[in-house]
Design a protein around this ligand. Sequence first.
Ligand code: PEP
Length: 273
Amino acid sequence: MIGEGHEQRQAKAMRGMRPLIAGNWKMNGLGGSLAEIASIGRWIANNRPAADILVCPPFTLIARAAAVAPDHLRIGGQDCHAEPSGAFTGDVSAEMLNDAGAVAVIIGHSERRHFHGETDEIVAAKARAAWRAGLLAIVCVGEKEDQHDSGQARNVVRAQIEASLPQGANPANTALAYEPVWAIGSGRTPSADEIVSMHGSIRAQLEERLGAGGALLRILYGGSVKPANAPTVLSQANVGGVLVGGASLRAEEFAGIIRAAADASSHDSRFAV
Ligand code: PEP
């Protein structure tokens, strides 16, 4: 069976309430960018932050990134197909990600929903595929700007979670990323109060749907996280980590965010390991 030992390694690395700091490189990076992975790896080895660290490079770099990343730096994918194999030209399955050395996969990122027409149902199928292959599914949700401005954010996010997070989600196999679409790549972020309010509402929904597991499942915030705002974002209630785009591309900037997570977790008993 694909990924048995691998699954155990993943569960060990990703369990519990250690904050998860995940970098999404999007469609950026050639072979030369592996130096950034090696550099983040060295920084983590030297600083041993109390956080789970994941970098999701493009498909083409996953195997090479996994080969240069030390044990404490995990590698993930940015998408997968719902089927394990078949006539789906250009697609990559969750099993293939696992085989290449990934331990996690981002599912339903707003850019996938927008540019590739991914519906909540497709996202749910991909989350199940990630679990089938022993990967941590990072399921993304978030409202658009007009929905935010018209006060619909909570309802939109609630409906997305209802339809795109399958039953069976638990803290070991899933993290949920709240990424307001208007905050991604824009340099704008919600206020701390807005983050607390949204993450609190998501937590209540997860507990309703998943019971005890819903209380522990990590809820990440994503959207223009930088070293300067990471301490504020990461110290808010029910923020169990961050999903970082642009600021994950350079080791130095990413390390600044990881440092903020380690500081926040050292002051917060929720993150005790
Ligand atoms: C993202 O792409 O998930 C993201 C949060 O991007 P950025 O940090 O660049 O806003």
